[in-house]
Design a protein around this ligand. Structure first.
Ligand code: 5GP
Ligand code: ZN
Length: 113
């Protein structure tokens, strides 16, 4: 999609530090990390946000979660990690291409909001 930063990262127009890639998803380091390890995992198809998921397009979410253990292992997150999705403005979403934050590398606090 035009003017989507993450679509441009997928196409290579904007560079990224990749952690994992296959034909369906891409994982890359967040530009401004909020934890010692902070990676974003995105589908290669443009879906705006979690609120746009439905029975037609939700399969990719299961696929992403099926790959998270492998990605986490590669990042050395054997002791655990957090997966976060921010949805739309009040959820704190700033890039409107569905993504999951994979955070870890320290004991995370239970700050919810
Ligand atoms: P959100 O706030 O939408 O949940 O998360 C968007 C994330 O994308 C933020 O953590 C932000 O740091 C990251 N981000 C924004 N632009 C870029 C970029 O061009 N490259 C990378 N690697 N991360 C980005
Ligand atoms: Zn996009």
């Amino acid at each position: 999609m035009d003017n989507c930063i993450f679509c441009k990262i997928i196409s290579g127009e904007i560079p990224s530090n990749k952690v994992y890639e296959d034909d369906k998803i891409l994982a890359f380091y967040d530009l401004s990390p909020q934890a010692p390890v902070h990676v974003l995992i995105i589908p290669k198809t443009h879906i705006c946000c979690a609120d746009e998921l439905d029975s037609e397009n939700c399969e990719i979410v299961g696929y992403i979660f099926s790959k998270i253990p492998q990605i986490a292992k590669k990042l050395g997150l054997e002791n655990g990690y957090r997966v976060v999705n921010n949805c739309k403005e009040e959820g704190g979403q700033s890039v409107f291409h569905l993504h999951f934050h994979l955070l870890g590398g320290k004991k995370l606090t239970l700050q919810m909001a």
